[in-house]
Design a protein around this ligand. Structure first.
Ligand code: 1PW
Length: 208
């Protein structure tokens, strides 16, 4: 596992990037703006975690990475998340396949799924990730996925690593992992709420 070999700590990177985003939102409230480049960099930090969840989640990872890459590319010409959404509103392409705003909604769900997954792991006593992951998936993604994807994900739940295997891959001890997960849960909730408001305040909806 390349992550462990390099002694990297992906959980720390994830939680510190989201803490930074969350404090940007705090410091500028109530008229906060999120910088698209920082946001897409933070989202990219989450990809190694998807990789650690096993071969069955390769497709989830590929879809997530492609959408984060699209946001990173958009950040070369667009400064904030807000400006990006407003441009798509003007071009009337919000729900069009591949639009930045549609990709952002999917990426947001990826962040939210990780948030629920961590919450569930923090709450669970057992060594299996099956219940935490199933709960996270059914809360966040299942309502938007057809039968075939839901079945594939359910099959993938049997190939998840155990909690101990995941910690090892992430190069963390139980206690340090707990702290990083708690940090991410709090910080990401803030960022996710901000994104939801971006859509809801423009009447774009978030249930599609
Ligand atoms: C942490 C527990 C593990 C659960 C992982 C579940 C991940 C679920 C994501 C699977 C998505 C892979 C298939 C792609 C689906 C796309 O059709 C869909 N993308 C998402 C993220 O829902 C919609 O993308 P589109 O049509 O806007 O390009």
């Amino acid at each position: 596992n390349t992550i462990t070999e390099h002694g990297e700590k992906p959980l720390r990177k994830i939680s510190s990037s989201f803490k930074d985003l969350s404090s940007t939102l705090n410091s500028q409230a109530p008229d906060a703006h999120l910088d698209l480049a920082s946001f897409s960099r933070a989202c990219a930090q989450v990809s190694p975690l998807f990789r650690c969840l096993g071969i069955a989640f390769r497709f989830a990872e590929m879809d997530y990475v492609a959408k984060v890459d699209d946001l990173a590319e958009a950040s070369e010409s667009i400064v904030t998340l807000q400006a990006m959404v407003d441009r798509d509103v003007e071009a009337d392409c919000i729900r069009k396949a591949g639009s930045h705003t549609r990709n952002l909604l999917r990426v947001k769900r990826g962040l939210d799924m990780v948030r629920v997954l961590f919450e569930q792991i923090l709450d669970s006593k057992g060594s299996s990730l099956k219940n935490p992951a199933s709960t996270a998936y059914s809360q966040v993604f299942a309502p938007y996925h057809g039968w075939a994807i839901r079945k594939a994900v359910a099959a993938g739940m049997y190939a998840l690593p155990t909690k101990a295997q995941l910690l090892k891959k992430l190069n963390e001890e139980e206690n340090s992992a707990r702290i990083q997960m708690q940090n991410y849960v709090a910080a990401s909730a803030h960022v996710i709420l901000y994104i939801d408001k971006l859509y809801l305040s423009r009447g774009l909806g978030i249930d599609w």
